[in-house]
Design a protein around this ligand. Sequence first.
Ligand code: ZN
Length: 167
Amino acid sequence: MATKARNRYGGSIEHAMGSQFETDYKATQRRGLEMSDHLKKEIGDLKRDLAELQKLWSKLSPDCICFPENEQPSFDWPLEGDIAFSVKCPVHGDRFKWPVFFVYVSKWSRQRAENLRQRRSQQYKKAWETAFPPHLWPAIEEATADTLFLRLKDGTRIRVSEIVRKP
Ligand SMILES: [Zn+2]
């Protein structure tokens, strides 16, 4: 049938078929582009998921000593934050966001923080105790007339700050 039509109408049919071919081709190409946009998005999503998973897996590494992302540490003194931050995770480096805006913590809150720490996740405790080993911490606060110290369990005394007299 097609042969007959081509014989009879010659080029015009071929031209028409050519146009049809072009239309089909463009439609296929367009679908292809739509597909590739869709695939690009899918691949992008997969890459993000994979990165998330890799992050999760690496956080499960027994070598990881980071604080959990949803359990960022809080400190009684900026000095403690500096001490904790100086300890780096062998897998990830920085273990938490620091420095952060530091709010003065009252003595009552400091004692409460210590109790709360006991109820943290295993990973939090691991991260905490890497910087503050239980054979040295928690420290006892010792104040002279103008300076506050932390005395560790082995007797080491760390100068925390000049004492700021609260009104
Ligand atoms: Zn880590």
